[in-house]
Design a protein around this ligand. Structure first.
Ligand code: ASP
Length: 594
């Protein structure tokens, strides 16, 4: 038997027992008379002591121990002498007097120690992930992840959902990203696509009568990675038949309540608040607003239209918008230089033409380089509109609606964090609903699906599919946690005609649609129930519930920003023979047609 107890288990009540422990040498201290080792496993640490009582041979062997060696010891549980109890350790009242030591595996000097205070660089951590995963923080995160997934599985099982696995080697399903392709050896020149999500399979399951489906599903999207995305990620994917939007939202509200309670002991009472997409864009400039704090966007386009100030007036006259936020008490926290930095941020990152600002002085007047362009009456109106008081800082962007949204969202996010407007441990859950069906892609000159092409329009908007697709709203809903999209889903189209029409609007000819989604269009004609679903981003849930900010810390073996696995060095070149079997020839970069 390698061990009778774990390294986190022994207490004062075990004193006198002979035990066997196994684990890693976390640290060692040679005190002349004896060697003290902290032995570690994922359950904790136990102090083990080698002294002359251990016998000469064992004591000698113990002197060769180094950090991260894997050892097994047999010894007697002793109370720690008075004054040496360590209240920080669960096992801090006892120590083991070692009688026998077995070195199971020596550790070379590692590139970093799991217990070291200063965190090693991320590339090093990813390359030696086995060392990194030994760190306490990583182990806690992996436990949290396992707990959240179990809570989800249990919850859906209680609600009669059936876990069905769907293929990894399949056909391209459009979530709007680039596919990862897998060449077929049997069908030369043909490819499988790794699933961007199980979307179409889960819809087919509804048509097959499985009524409530759930899966912890791996999804693959070959995108240039943003900070909080991974090419390979995990979703809690679900679908229900004979349901409306409220049924799905209700199920997820229940899940959120359960996870919040079990993970943080917090009571979240449903139903979670909902806001329409339009309202979210008006009030927060984003479809995943952070509702942990206020500082909402205020519109002042009507006031700008009255101004002599050319910049504002021109924007208002052109039908664009003048909007801003008021940061309470922030006037003296933001110097001219810091405001210049914010100006560069909105210009460089969001394409704004500029950033106007006003500081409210102690006497209530508005101070700004542009103040001279406004009458005192108009300045007073601005102040009132923003509910600004002495010491406040007003930031205004005058531009196209989308540019004001992006800029003010960015500024609100930055200022919210810098001014500490929320408790970093607080969690806020809400829904954004009624998304537009389509976005217009200027470059391609066509509509693209805002969620995916299987999303149903609101029944009252069906006519708009013909007359004004841009105005058509979808039966779509996103779950938002602390300003992050934590899940998204829709009610699906369940009739062939509407589905064909939407494909058409997305620029697909009938033949294209048939070629790519013939099976779906067929199934829609063989008894398709009304259905809908949602997918929750598990990696992101772990990040949010763990108060972490790096998605890679929530995944045991993640990819870098450049989609590489530094430990196994994937992707890698393959043998010529493998390529020949696949009838694939790799071109040099300069042979690739641009
Ligand atoms: N398949 C969708 C996604 O991955 C989720 C859904 O509509 O259920 O975003």
């Amino acid at each position: 038997m390698y061990r009778t107890h774990t390294c986190g288990e022994l207490r004062k009540s075990d004193v006198g027992q002979t035990v066997t422990l196994a684990g890693w040498v976390d640290s060692y201290r040679d005190h002349g008379g004896g060697l003290f080792v902290d032995l570690r496993d994922r359950y904790g640490k136990t102090q083990v002591v080698f002294s002359s009582d251990s016998g000469e041979e064992t004591q000698k062997l113990s002197r060769s121990l180094r950090n991260e060696d894997v050892i097994q010891i047999i010894g007697k549980v002793d109370p720690r002498p008075d004054g040496t109890v360590n209240p920080k350790l669960n096992t801090g009242e006892v120590e083991i007097k070692v009688e026998k030591l077995v070195i199971l595996n020596k550790c070379k000097t590692p590139p970093f120690f799991p217990g070291q205070q200063d965190m090693p660089g991320e590339d090093l951590r990813l390359k030696h992930r086995y060392l990194d995963l030994r760190r306490q923080q990583m182990q806690q995160t992996m436990l949290l992840r396992s707990k959240i997934i179990k809570l989800m599985r249990d919850y859906f099982e209680q609600h009669e959902f059936i876990d069905v696995e769907t293929p990894i080697l399949g056909r391209s399903t459009p979530e709007g990203a680039r596919d990862y392709l897998v060449p077929s050896r049997v069908h030369h020149g043909e490819f499988y696509a790794l699933p961007q999500s199980p979307q179409l399979y889960k819809q087919i399951l509804m048509m097959a009568g499985y009524d409530r489906y759930v899966q912890v599903a791996r999804c693959f999207r070959d995108e240039d990675l943003r900070a909080d995305r991974q090419p390979e990620f995990t979703q809690l994917d679900m679908e229900m038949a004979f349901c409306e939007m409220d049924d799905i939202i209700g199920i997820i509200d229940g899940l959120v309540t359960k996870v919040a309670k079990e993970v943080h002991g917090v009571d979240v009472t449903g139903p979670l608040p909902q806001m329409t997409y339009d309202e979210a864009m008006e009030r927060f400039g984003h479809d995943a607003p952070d509702l942990r704090f206020g500082m909402e966007i205020t519109d002042a386009t009507d006031l700008a239209a009255e101004a002599e100030f050319r910049v504002f007036k021109a924007v208002a006259d052109a039908g664009n918008r003048v909007r801003g936020i008021c940061a309470k008490g922030a006037a003296d926290k933001y110097s001219r230089r810091l405001i210049d930095d914010m100006t560069s941020m909105v210009q460089d990152d969001f394409g704004a033409k500029g950033l106007a600002w006003f500081k409210v002085e102690a006497d209530g007047t508005l101070n700004s380089p542009i103040a001279k362009n406004f009458t005192p009456e108009l300045l007073a109106k601005f102040k009132e509109r923003f509910a600004a008081e002495a010491g406040d800082l007003i930031l205004i962007v005058a531009d196209k609606f989308e540019v004001t949204c992006k800029s003010l969202y960015g500024l609100r996010k930055k200022l919210g964090a810098e001014l500490k407007l929320y408790d970093p441990k607080a969690m806020h859950f809400s829904w954004v609903v009624e998304f537009p069906m389509f976005d217009y892609d200027e470059e391609e000159g066509r509509w693209v699906a805002m969620h995916h092409p299987f999303t149903a329009p609101r029944p009252q908007d069906i006519e708009l599919l013909d007359s004004d697709p841009g105005k058509c709203r979808a039966l779509a809903y996103d779950l938002v946690i602390n300003g992050s999209e934590a899940g998204g889903g829709t009610i699906r189209i369940h009739d062939n005609a509407t589905q064909q029409k939407v494909f058409g609007l997305l620029g697909m000819t009938e033949e294209d649609a048939k070629e790519r989604f013939g099976f779906l269009l067929d199934a829609l004609q063989y008894g398709a129930p009304p259905h809908g679903g949602i997918a929750l981003g598990i990696d992101r849930w772990v990040m949010l519930f763990g108060y972490l900010d790096n998605i890679r810390d929530c995944i045991a073996f993640p990819k870098t920003q450049r989609a590489a696995d530094l430990m196994t060095e994937a992707p890698s070149a393959v043998d010529r023979k493998q390529l020949e079997e696949l009838a694939i020839k790799v071109l040099r970069l300069d042979e690739v047609k641009k």
